[in-house]
Design a protein around this ligand. Structure first.
Ligand SMILES: [Zn+2]
Length: 313
């Protein structure tokens, strides 16, 4: 009897240790951090919202840099070689990524591969026939690529991301989906708040340096009446500047929007000559010190309202 008990205990102990070992093995698979490389800081923010503590995200373009004219660095290729997932804006926004993906030699990172995410997938594009690439600068040929600036598009973007995360890390699929739902509920609440704040600007014309804002404008019913650039990526000539001054006067354009990293010269000239206010808005997380997408949008709405309010004084 005693012998049997001891034996049973030994068997039980062996069995129990077995469970512990297999649990430890499983957890090392289930909880290994997923390494994600994004092209932009906005996508980094979206992946962090849905990936929580299960992901480690690096953006190739750093805050304040020009994503559309980015020159990849050697460390970007190293990061891609060890990434579990690559997430891009797509369209003509981050074309420079294609060559790098081929250089990794990892077919799962190629278009259509299990580790490849193009967040423009299923986005309803604006300006699809809008002017393509001209004498220089970057293309907006296949549709305007600045779609993440409509907060409602975050549902599609994060949908694409969660689908991919669940594919490569199925044991956490429920976690990613819950994170996504929580984020979208919060973002929806913020979007209503932003809509309320921007209601007073409805229909009021403004200029923008670059054509960044069609999705933002549609969501918040804003009137971007023209661009300072003559084409995407091409700064205006003296003749175009004087034409813009005429337009500003004729259409009572009192605000010019620019991003922190866009040139000041032409915008300051137009503002000085016309008496318009300049509103500095960010199109990417971190451009103006923001930590995430919601903070960036909060700052944009605040700066836009402040520029219009200055005109009233
Ligand atoms: Zn652009």
């Amino acid at each position: 009897m005693i012998f049997q008990c001891g034996r049973e205990r030994a068997i039980f102990r062996a069995f129990f240790i077995g469970i512990l070992v297999s649990a430890a093995c499983m957890s090392s698979v289930a909880f290994a951090v997923i390494k994600v490389v994004t092209t932009t800081t906005d996508l980094k923010s979206f992946v962090e919202y849905v990936g929580g503590d299960k992901v480690q995200v690096i953006s190739m373009v750093s805050p304040g840099a020009e994503a559309e004219e980015y020159a990849p660095k050697p460390q970007d290729l190293d990061r891609l070689k060890s990434a579990n997932l690559v997430v891009r804006v797509g369209l003509d926004y981050d074309l420079w990524l294609d060559r790098m993906l081929r250089q990794t030699g990892r077919t799962e990172l190629y278009k259509g591969g299990a580790a490849y995410v193009d967040t423009s997938n299923a986005i309803v594009l604006l300006e699809v026939k809008g002017g393509g690439i001209g004498g220089g600068g970057h293309a907006h040929g296949v549709g305007n690529p600045h779609y993440w600036l409509d907060p409602k598009n975050a549902a599609v973007i994060t949908g694409n991301v969660v689908e991919a995360l669940a594919r490569i890390d199925p044991s956490n699929a429920k976690y990613y989906e819950k994170q996504r739902v929580d984020f979208l509920v919060n973002l929806d609440r913020k979007t209503k708040e932003w809509q309320g704040k921007l209601e007073s600007l409805r229909g009021m014309p403004m200029l923008t340096y670059h054509n960044n804002w069609p999705y933002f404008a549609r969501r918040f019913r804003l009137n971007f009446a023209g661009t300072v650039e003559s084409k995407p990526g091409v700064s205006p000539s003296a003749a175009e500047l004087s034409r813009l001054l005429g337009k500003m006067e004729a259409e009572k354009i009192r605000v010019i929007v620019k991003r922190p990293q866009e040139p000041n010269r032409e915008v300051d000239f137009l503002a000085k000559k016309s008496g318009a206010q300049v509103a500095v808005l960010s199109t990417s997380v971190g451009d103006n010190g923001s930590k995430d997408y919601i903070q960036m949008m909060d700052g944009n709405i605040q700066n836009l309202l402040a520029a219009f309010n200055k005109n009233l004084k």
